[in-house]
Design a protein around this ligand. Structure first.
Ligand code: ADP
Ligand code: ZN
Length: 763
């Protein structure tokens, strides 16, 4: 889309621009806060949040203004700020600077690292690198006489005028050039004669390519929706009196409609809204639901996620920065979108682990939503069909307000979940490995669907054909050289692949260790399942959806479209198909191996399994026919499986919370994971032991410290990994102490030490 360059945007930064001293945070150098004089030439242009260039030793370095002061408390002679970066309007709002401070304190990381994470790379490196275009407008159509003369003497000029007239009097130069590639060179004479004008405009790189959406109207709410929306609206009106809200609504209960109507209210009040969605759910369909509802101002919705090109992200960010957008939809890092006048922050699928950043700053965007809402005095709404236990616990103790929706909007009952006990199946089916992939009961159920022209989704969160290769003679297992995991056979490529680092090699024909030809492949992934299915149902149209088959751009979109239009009978896929998809004709969902998640060495394994089964089950029976779900497992009596079968989230949460309390795991405590990694195994181990000895003194009675030990993933990318888990209820003080200890120690150069507050990944 085209629009005028914003001229003279008024900056209403907090903090007067006239104070003489700026306290700045250097962006790249050490975590230093320094004071500089604001030269007279820059007064009224330097605000809190402005990026500036300052002298440091002999260099020019970039910095962000944190505070404006009358006096410096630092003892040194102050130097002057050299210049401002970009146009100089603050890139960080005051609230975001406070949030950065909070993140740095809580997750114990340098604040400049947080500030860096807050700005998209493209904005940081090259602010205001917009693409521009010229807008040509016909101001005065020459007389017929003149035109005729022009046609004879300067036919190109005449053609440009014709084209402009045909386009309704105005056109972008880039479009004109498609017809007349040399148009630019004829513009000066046209301009001089006063027949046309030319204005520079910015061209927005639109990730959704100017798609048009059919506008939607607010729906008449169901009773449950009405009950749940009321407190959200009240919170928007009076955030100071409200608590963070947790919306627990079963899949299909219409949570998105609540979000939409709450956002409408926020916009009506002249405020802005921020919607966080897990990266994987941030599909065109999701965005369309928002853009279509606010279609009268769809230009005012900005989208921020990692699949955008740098240029697109730059433009979307500026859309927010220049206050042309009132609604931001984005993944994790969108929590830092520079919105002002925030009225509401929404976190959809709040239980999603992808809200946690796995590199420093290791923040959890869901938790930051609550913090930011408090700093900005706005409402915050977390939504999920399977809230994480931390949030649910907060609701139980009254820190959050719990809102419940227990029914689907279409009045359909939840799908029937049947457990297939693989132990029994094995006894019945003899030794055929295929019955473990597709039990007799599941096979019958699939057949019935094929006969009725209904659709099936089968789910297995593991790629490849076989998941291990071992020698029957000596027991050798083919592992990746750089990672302590067995390599997976990908049959289509005939390669063994490491799923941690991606390295590939040719599968051996005999044991690499003892030379015995009796090597055996075991375990199955989606590639193998696809083959079994094609044999079992030769007439069925089957597609496999995983990162191996979905390499081409738009391939996922096309496959899902074919499935929706029933050109396919069956999908077999990984977590790519577990979430958010809504296919009315799917009446059967199969979870081929529920034990994969259950057997992870992680205290959240049970919770993850419950979430997965519930989310996957939510894909079945969205249309007229009641859905059926088959869950294949060797552990049919585990609470996660049983409670998921009953669709009983609160029952599951109660018993799991008791377990967590007994073992002092979150949410009863906070977990800090300290890790030492190195290519040198003993160096990593020794370093962590050293840290442990020093930590034992400071942790003392404030928490529980485990023993240093190899991580469950003992080696990855060539580095050996050792870890230490500390649990404590007073996490902030403890994290700072750990930081103090670790910071005061020197480590061998080849060892990397990290700590992760509220770690989600304990591998
Ligand atoms: P959830 O996010 O809770 O899983 P959705 O928001 O995707 O559920 O809603 C499920 C379906 O119900 C969608 O197709 C939506 O359009 C529809 N829906 C939501 N609210 C209503 C309503 N009040 N009346 C009719 N249909 C609704
Ligand atoms: Zn590897």
């Amino acid at each position: 889309m085209l629009f005028e360059l914003p001229g003279g945007k008024s900056v209403q930064a907090e903090g007067a621009g006239s104070k003489a001293i700026a306290r700045v945070q250097l962006e790249d150098a050490a975590a230093l806060e320094l004071d500089y004089l604001v030269p007279t030439s820059l007064q009224h242009r330097v605000f809190i949040g402005t990026r500036v260039m300052v002298p440091l030793q002999q260099q020019r370095v970039s910095a962000v203004v944190l505070e404006l002061l009358d006096q410096s408390s630092h003892g040194y002679r102050l130097k002057e700020i050299l210049d401002i970066k970009g146009k100089g309007d603050p890139v960080f709002t005051n609230a975001l600077l406070k949030l950065a401070r909070w993140v740095a304190d809580y997750y114990v990381c340098p604040v400049q690292q947080v500030l860096r994470a807050m700005l998209p790379k493209a904005v940081r490196a090259k602010p205001e690198s917009f693409i521009t275009d010229s807008h040509l407008t016909l101001v005065k159509r020459p007389s017929d006489d003149e035109i005729e003369k022009l046609r004879a003497k300067a036919p190109m000029q005449a053609r440009i005028l014709d084209e402009l007239a045909a386009a309704g009097g105005t056109a972008a130069l880039s479009l004109l050039r498609r017809e007349l590639p040399k148009a630019s060179s004829y513009l000066p004479s046209l301009l001089m004669k006063g027949w046309i004008t030319r204005a520079e405009v910015r061209v927005e790189r639109d990730p959704f390519d100017r798609e048009e959406f059919l506008p939607t109207q607010p729906l008449d709410l169901t009773e449950e929706q009405t009950v749940c929306l009321a407190p959200v609206l009240a919170a928007v009106e009076n955030p100071a009196q409200s608590r963070p809200m947790l919306l627990h609504g079963v899949t299909g209960s219409g949570k998105t409609e609540i979000y939409l109507q709450a956002i409408a209210k926020v916009l009506e009040r002249g405020q802005t809204a921020l919607v966080l969605v897990p990266e994987i759910s941030l599909t065109p369909q999701t965005i369309e639901r928002f853009k279509a509802r606010f279609s009268d101002q769809k230009e005012r919705i900005a989208v921020l996620h990692s699949h955008l090109s740098d240029g697109e992200r730059h433009d979307e960010w500026f859309k927010v920065h220049e206050r042309r957008a009132d609604v931001v939809i984005g993944a994790r890092s969108a929590i830092f979108a520079p919105l002002e006048k925030l009225g509401l922050i929404i976190v959809d699928e709040e239980h999603e682990p992808s809200y946690k950043q796995e590199e420093s700053p290791r923040y959890n965007a869901r938790d930051l939503a609550v913090v930011r809402a408090k700093l900005e005095n706005c409402a915050v709404l977390l939504g999920s069909a399977t809230p994480c236990l931390e949030s649910f616990h907060n609701a139980c103790i009254g820190k959050y307000e719990l809102l419940r929706m227990t029914r689907r909007t279409d009045g359909k009952s939840m799908p029937l979940i049947r457990i297939v006990d693989l132990r029994l199946e094995r006894r019945k089916g003899g030794n055929s490995p295929d019955t473990r992939i597709l039990s007799e009961r599941l096979r019958t159920a699939v057949l019935a669907r094929l006969e009725k022209n209904e659709q099936t989704i089968l789910f297995l969160n593991r790629r490849g054909y076989n998941t291990s290769l071992s020698c029957l003679a000596c027991g050798h297992v083919c592992q990746c050289q750089d990672c302590a995991v067995p390599m997976t056979l990908h049959k289509t490529d005939d390669r063994l692949v490491c799923h941690i680092c991606g390295s590939r090699r040719v599968p051996p024909r005999k044991c690499p260790s003892c030379g015995d030809p009796g090597i055996r492949f075991a375990g199955f992934g989606t590639e193998r399942v696809e083959q079994v299915l094609r044999q079992a149902f030769p007439q069925a149209r089957i597609a496999r959806v995983d990162t191996d088959t979905m390499q081409r751009k738009n391939q996922l979109r096309d496959t899902l479209r074919d499935f929706r239009s029933q050109k396919l009978d069956m999908l077999i896929g990984t977590q790519m198909i577990a979430k958010g998809l809504d296919f009315p004709n799917v009446t059967l969902v199969g979870v081929l191996n529920a034990d994969l998640a259950l057997n992870l060495p992680d205290f959240r394994a049970s919770e993850r399994t419950f979430q997965l089964l519930t989310q996957v089950a939510g894909r079945a029976g969205r249309g007229e026919v009641k859905g059926e779900v088959f869950v294949q497992t060797f552990a049919p009596h585990s609470p996660a499986v049983q409670f998921a079968r009953q669709g009983d989230f609160e029952g599951f949460a109660q018993q799991e919370l008791e377990q967590r309390k007994i073992f002092h795991y979150p949410p009863d405590t906070h977990v800090i994971l300290v890790m030492a990694r190195s290519k040198n195994e003993s160096m990593a181990e020794f370093t962590l032991q050293n840290i442990a000895t020093k930590l034992r003194a400071v942790v003392g009675e404030h928490g529980r410290m485990g023993e240093p030990m190899p991580s469950p993933l003992a080696k990855a990318h060539g580095q050996f990994r050792f870890q230490l888990i500390i649990r404590s209820s007073g996490v902030r003080a403890l994290a700072r102490q750990i930081h103090g200890v670790v910071d005061g120690m020197t480590f061998p150069q080849e060892v990397i030490v990290t700590w992760d507050v509220d770690a989600l990944n304990l591998m």
